[in-house]
Design a protein around this ligand. Structure first.
Ligand code: NDP
Length: 286
């Protein structure tokens, strides 16, 4: 039976380390979160982000805008936050309402304050192996892997999913760790056989329990990024990952559960990115 990688506990330790570092700074890092509309899931995420930001000793600036906010108004707010010296990190909660152009809004965020790591500048810095801001969920996966595996040199990593938010940045991070990385997607042939070659298997697909135990190499490390809400007993719903935990856990060496695996790492890494951004802005490297 696999070791269960407890992301909740790891995230708590990470937040405590961030809080200690923030307490020792001569200034307070600030994170601005922008929410447009009233998507219930986004409202919960934003509230959690604000709460945890304050808990680690940072300043939280929440901007809740109505669902009919115009592109111009949102762009003006982003520009205002770019110029605000109290704000070191800016996060625009996605998805945005359909009438807004998310790519243009993200492009307007100053790369130095882009704590979601989604601007083309930060994606380019990551691809070039230069210091930038790395998307939070991929960074969380890396920290979990580094903590458990240490040196990953020469390991075969298969990343299932190629989104700009998750799959591609995770692949870049694993390449930097000297893994041999393969990125799989919906057009990949014989995905099961490919997954069975993986010493490290990352599932970032968005398909509930798609990856079964017989796709997993015995002893492999399995990181399940997926968060899928599915029907459960008595008309309720539950969260499951992209990996079928029941059949995968007996085969894998190490596995993240859903919930309680990668999920809690995302906000902790957002705080870590805000701290990184704040330190660079306040005392830029010479
Ligand atoms: P996207 O929908 O943007 O990307 C999904 C990727 O999976 C695509 O590259 C797609 O391929 C690939 N894919 C879809 N179906 C298959 C298939 N049958 N076989 C192989 N590959 C397939 O999703 P995200 O990357 O944004 O998110 C992935 C998962 O991670 C979701 O469950 C999401 O909820 C979760 N997530 C969790 C976070 C956390 O905090 N833990 C944060 C962000 C996301 P193609 O490109 O060919 O279409």
């Amino acid at each position: 039976m696999a070791d269960i990688l407890d992301g909740k506990a790891f995230a708590e330790t990470l937040r405590a380390a961030i809080a200690a570092e923030v307490a020792a700074l001569p200034f307070k890092p600030g994170l601005a979160v922008v929410l447009v509309g009233d998507d219930p899931a986004s409202r919960v995420y934003v509230a959690n982000k604000a709460k945890q930001t304050v808990q680690v000793g940072m300043r939280s600036f929440e901007h809740r805008l109505p669902g009919d906010t115009t592109q111009e108004h949102l762009l003006a707010l982003v520009q205002q936050l770019n110029a605000d010296p109290a704000v070191h990190g800016i996060l625009v909660q996605l998805p945005l309402p359909k009438h807004l152009n998310a790519d243009k809004i993200i492009a307007a965020i100053s790369p130095a304050k882009d704590v979601d790591g989604l601007t083309v500048t930060n994606a380019g810095l990551l691809a070039a192996g230069l210091p930038g801001l790395v998307p939070c969920t991929p960074l969380g996966c890396l920290l979990l892997l580094q903590d458990r595996l240490g040196d990953m040199t020469g390991l075969n990593a298969v990343v299932v999913g190629r989104s700009n938010l998750v799959g591609k940045p995770i692949a870049q991070l694993l390449l930097q760790q000297n893994c041999t990385v393969t990125i799989a997607h919906s057009k990949t042939k014989d995905l099961g056989a490919l997954c069975r070659t993986a010493d490290i298997l990352i599932a970032a697909v968005g398909r509930p329990e798609m990856i079964k135990g017989d796709w997993i190499k015995p002893g492999a490390t399995v990181i399940d990024v997926g968060i899928n809400r599915v029907p459960a007993a008595e008309g309720k719903t539950k969260l499951v990952g992209d990996v079928d935990f029941a059949t995968a856990a007996p085969v894998a060496g190490i596995i993240t559960p859903v919930p309680g695996g990668v999920g809690p790492m995302t906000i902790a890494c957002l705080l870590r990115n805000t701290l990184t951004a704040a330190k660079r802005i306040e005392s830029p490297p010479t």
